[in-house]
Ligand binder design. Structure first.
Ligand code: CAA
Length: 395
């Protein structure tokens, strides 16, 4: 029995900040961001968006199309959780009016958590093939201003259902994984911004990727030429190129720049204009690839590498299913990205510095452009979310 991703939907915030403007403000050559990191824009979440609203908005089309009517497991994968106790998925469960006979929990291990959620969801379905699970990966990536990580900030969410006989991607049974206690990137509970040892983190990413590959290849016997494309966790889009070059070199494969590009084609377009989406990032790469025009990927095998600092990594793979394009939301994704409102540097900084109230009094939040859901206010330390009509205000 095949198990895997049956439907997949992506959402990002409605504001975008151009990295050329950031380069100007930081007196940096824009080519460093555009070519060196491979990033053009970052999505910026306004004060009334958070990991919950991004995630709910990603899942909204699946709900509208009746794809969530029979789920009995909701896994919310995030490292920008809004509560130390309550699972953020419960707010989404309420907003989307999901079935009450449902297990709901939050999964955390930096950017790896959505892959853990996918594998847990697949095991859940394998236990009884009638079951269906919803995984929502959602994050807001935030570093200190003027930190080298600043240019890689971003936000976004991907929602996908996991079911038997999936319409999009059937998972292979093999998975290679690796864990190690390292401090390459972390965020203590009292901080809004992540801390990172940038160069070290890229080295740990590559080393972990190679450990995972050896485990995966040992189980599957597959080599590079068994894959049509490789999707990577994308803290910035050039990371995929670095990783693929190192993988090819480790396997003594003849792979020039053109071959490396072919393996990655289509996977980085969305990340380039949204920035890092942490837990959602690998699945943003997958959505970008599936939505890409050109070659029909039906029956093609994809390799996927998930990395979460701290760290856990995993290589896994799957086969794209015939007719997969009918199950996608390609036009909606493209329109959403094209219609984002550009920010000036001043607006970017104002949003960055906005602090949510923490005093327990009644607060109504200013309304920005959002997706179908927004954070309406905070009262008595409780967040209140609401559905939004089309045509919300711009800045
Ligand atoms: N023209 C063209 N290219 C230029 C350039 C110019 N004028 N100036 C610099 N570059 C190139 C550099 O040569 C470099 O490319 P190579 O890596 O191929 O040498 C690239 O631009 C970046 O330049 P630096 O290495 O000097 O950049 P930096 O040290 O200031 O910052 C970074 C890079 C460390 C990745 C930083 O962005 C960062 O800290 N990011 C956050 C951490 C991160 O993303 N880590 C990734 C692995 S951890 C992970 O994956 C988990 C996660 O999601 C965070």
């Amino acid at each position: 029995m095949n198990i895997g991703i049956d439907s997949i939907s992506f959402y990002t915030a409605q504001y975008a900040f151009d990295l050329e403007k950031l380069a100007e403000a930081r007196s940096v050559d824009p080519k460093k961001y555009l070519q060196g990191l491979g990033q053009e824009r970052m999505s910026v979440a306004p004060p009334d968006e958070d990991a919950v609203t991004l995630g709910a908005s990603a899942a909204h089309p699946l709900r509208r199309d009746g794809k969530l009517d029979d789920i009995d497991l909701l896994l919310f994968a995030t490292e920008s959780g809004v509560d130390q106790s309550k699972a953020g998925g419960l707010f989404i469960h309420g907003l989307l009016d999901l079935p009450s006979r449902c297990r709901v929990l939050e999964v955390k291990q930096a950017c790896y958590s959505a892959t853990a959620a996918l594998q847990l969801a697949a095991a859940h379905v394998r236990g009884s093939p009638g079951r269906k699970a919803l995984v929502i990966a959602s994050d807001v990536a935030r570093y200190e201003l003027e930190n080298p990580g600043e240019a890689t900030q971003g936000c976004g969410a991907v929602a996908f259902t996991v079911a038997a006989d999936p319409a999009v991607l059937a998972l292979d049974p093999e998975a290679g994984y690796h864990a190690e206690d390292v401090m390459d990137f972390w965020r203590p509970n009292y901080r809004r911004e992540a801390l990172v040892d940038g160069k070290y983190s890229t080295r740990v990413y590559i080393d972990t990727m190679l450990h995972c590959w050896r485990d995966y290849a040992g189980q599957s016997g597959r080599g590079l030429e068994d894959f049509e494309r490789f999707c990577y966790h994308l803290p910035f889009s050039r990371m995929a190129e670095k990783a693929q070059v190192r993988l090819a070199r480790a396997l003594h494969a003849e792979a020039d720049g053109k071959r490396i590009e072919e393996w990655l084609e289509g996977t980085r377009e969305y990340a380039r204009v949204t920035g890092n989406c942490y837990a959602a990032s690998l699945y943003v790469a997958l959505t970008s690839l599936l939505d890409a025009p050109g070659k029909d990927l039906a029956q093609c095998r994809l390799g996927l590498f998930s990395y979460g600092s701290g760290c856990v990594g995993e290589w896994f793979s799957g086969v794209v299913q015939p007719g997969y394009r009918q199950a996608l939301y390609t036009q909606q994704h493209r329109a959403m990205l094209a219609n984002r409102e550009p920010l000036t540097y001043r607006q970017y900084e104002d949003i960055y510095h906005f602090l949510l109230p923490e005093d327990g009094a009644d607060h109504v939040l200013p309304q920005y452009r959002t997706g179908p859901y927004r954070l309406a206010g905070i009262s008595n330390h409780k967040r209140t979310y609401e559905a939004v009509d089309e045509g919300t205000p711009s800045l």
